[in-house]
Design a protein around this ligand. Structure first.
Ligand SMILES: *[C@@H]1O[C@H](CO)[C@@H](O)[C@H](O)[C@H]1NC(C)=O
Ligand SMILES: *[C@@H]1O[C@H](CO)[C@@H](O)[C@H](O)[C@H]1NC(C)=O
Ligand SMILES: *[C@@H]1O[C@H](CO)[C@@H](O)[C@H](O)[C@H]1NC(C)=O
Ligand SMILES: *[C@@H]1O[C@H](CO)[C@@H](O)[C@H](O)[C@H]1NC(C)=O
Length: 500
């Protein structure tokens, strides 16, 4: 019995150790787009108070399939309640592509807004993420109930029930990143259930080939000014050097050592090569997307690595040529995220993402989010634009192919294109006609490229210069730029109007 137990434990350990899900996958860092708010501005007593205040998980009985009235199967959706025990005003934080973190029930800008109205704060976890498991696993047959449309219905059912329970008269919803899109879409589909929506860093245009992502990365890296020259030029030079080294065996060995690769490079494996380039670009994408925000990235690591850090390295001639500097950025990332080597084997990544068990590393969200990109949104950050520094090393086909390799042969590029068109038809993309919504974006953040950044006749948009993904949702910090402070204030004034 004991040896069987040990065998099971050992097997689990081996499986975990060999899983390879990129740290930054399809624009999504581990944990989801919205990291936990940073608490380093708090003193010890305040920290203890925050942790003592965290609400317990509660569960809401939810339908599995909202679009089949004959299907009566249900599951338990997790949510957290805080701020007040009763109120006529409900604030709802929409969960997204990661585990709902109860720290958001006690910290963050929406909590400050809630205090003005004595609102009840509810955070609803998204189906298939965190502990909200509608099915026994995430096999293709079971994961078919994962969609934004089902999620919006979950939200409607939940809000309807909570309004009744509390006798509430007003509801304001909040969301950042993909949940920001859900907030805007919820106002379209269920206007009678909600009095206002704060939609932050929300991509509203679904798009297969999101090549604009790296264009914004280039623009954001260009904000770095130093005597050592252009950060983007140095990145391009490094990528050219890698392309040259790949052509010889000696060069490949050199790359393996410099970039501390976990495996040998097989130059015939085109997907490995694309994955290598994309992984190294990911070192910069993640930094740009979350530059200088007040999040605790993956439990605190990496918050102090900014555009200034990585571009400081890229333009520092004392560190050797551009290739060596590029390798140094990679080493910094490995160290920061406690990885001993750089994974890039395509087959290993695909095998990890094919794991359907809730206990797998893929179930952290990488598999589910990939499924949503294949069946609804696309949003593949290819290197297909001319206006970006990473050369043409991870084209769109590299991304769409993954849908077939991970899920099903039928998820080919025409399938994805139809799915994306369906999403835009269903929600109207940027042709947004609903009112009582505010769109907030940061212009450093690549995702603003797909959002609404200019005010519409009936809905205001705020584009904050110099801030990154979801910056306005995090707790305020002393060194926040004036435009960010003003954005939080403007959103607060709109909420006040909606609650009149
Ligand atoms: C970031 O902070 C960690 C821990 O405080 C420190 O060890 C590291 O040197 C810092 N990195 C940078 C680039 O400032
Ligand atoms: C990283 O660790 C794995 C096992 O934990 C080991 O097999 C591999 O050789 C290590 N790689 C490097 C570059 O140290
Ligand atoms: C995708 O698959 C469908 C059949 O499922 C096929 O008709 C179509 O030609 C394929 N498209 C591409 C681009 O391969
Ligand atoms: C939405 O607007 C875009 C242009 O921004 C246009 O191409 C598209 O056809 C519009 N969609 C609908 C459903 O009106």
């Amino acid at each position: 019995m004991e040896s069987l137990f040990r065998l099971i434990v050992l097997t689990v350990v081996i499986v975990c150790a060999s899983a390879y899900i990129p740290r930054f996958l399809r624009g999504r860092p581990k944990g989801g787009f919205l990291g936990a708010p940073a608490l380093d501005h708090l003193n010890k007593e305040e920290l203890v108070a925050v942790h003592n205040d965290l609400p317990d998980a509660q569960f809401f009985i939810q339908k599995l399939d909202h679009f089949d009235t004959q299907d009566t199967r249900t599951w338990k959706q997790r949510f957290f309640q805080s701020c007040a025990t009763k109120s006529k005003v409900l604030f709802v934080m929409i969960g997204g592509e990661g585990t709902a973190n109860p720290i958001w029930n006690v910290q963050g800008t929406w909590i400050e807004y809630a205090k003005n109205y004595g609102a009840v704060c509810l955070q609803l976890e998204h189906r298939y993420y965190g502990d909200s498991h509608p099915t026994l696993d995430t096999s293709l047959e079971n994961i078919q109930y994962l969609s934004s449309e089902q999620a919006l219905y979950d939200l409607a059912t939940f809000i309807h029930a909570k309004k009744t329970e509390f006798g509430a008269e007003k509801v304001i919803i909040f969301g950042g990143s993909y949940p920001g899109s859900l907030a805007a879409w919820f106002r379209i589909k269920f206007p009678y259930l909600v009095d206002g929506a704060v939609s932050t860093s929300a991509p509203l245009l679904a798009q297969v080939n999101f090549k604009g992502y790296l264009e914004v990365v280039q623009n954001s890296l260009d904000t770095f000014k130093a005597s050592g020259g252009s950060c983007n030029d140095a990145i391009t030079a490094a990528n050219v050097a890698i392309q040259n080294l790949l052509t010889t065996q000696a060069g490949r060995s050199q790359l393996k050592a410099m970039f501390r690769l976990c495996d040998d490079i097989d130059v015939n494996e085109k997907n490995d090569i694309a994955n290598l380039f994309s992984t190294l670009a990911g070192n910069f994408e993640g930094v740009v997307q979350y530059n200088k925000d007040n999040r605790a990235f993956e439990g605190g690591a990496g918050t102090n690595i900014t555009i200034d850090t990585v571009c400081g390295i890229m333009t520092n001639k004392a560190l050797g040529d551009e290739l060596h500097r590029y390798a140094q950025v990679n080493s910094l990332m490995l160290k920061t995220y406690s990885q001993n080597c750089t994974e890039f084997k395509y087959s290993k990544m695909i095998a990890s993402l094919r794991d359907v068990a809730w206990s797998s590393e893929a179930a952290e969200g990488g598999r589910q989010w990939t499924y949503q990109t294949c069946t609804e949104f696309g949003w593949y950050q290819s290197s297909d634009s001319e206006a970006q520094p990473f050369k043409h090393t991870f084209p769109i086909d590299f991304w769409t192919q993954q849908c077939q390799d991970i899920f099903n042969i039928k998820f080919n590029s025409s399938f994805i294109a139809r799915a994306v068109a369906h999403t835009n038809d269903g929600y109207g993309a940027r042709n947004y006609t609903q009112d009582r919504v505010v769109f907030v974006n940061g212009d450093i953040d690549p995702w603003h490229y797909l959002g609404i950044t200019k005010s519409l006749p009936q809905a205001q948009a705020i584009l904050i210069p110099g801030t990154a993904h979801c910056a306005n949702m995090y707790p305020a910090a002393e060194d926040d730029p004036a435009a960010l402070v003003q954005a939080r204030k403007t959103v607060g004034q709109l909420i006040a109007q909606w609650l009149q």
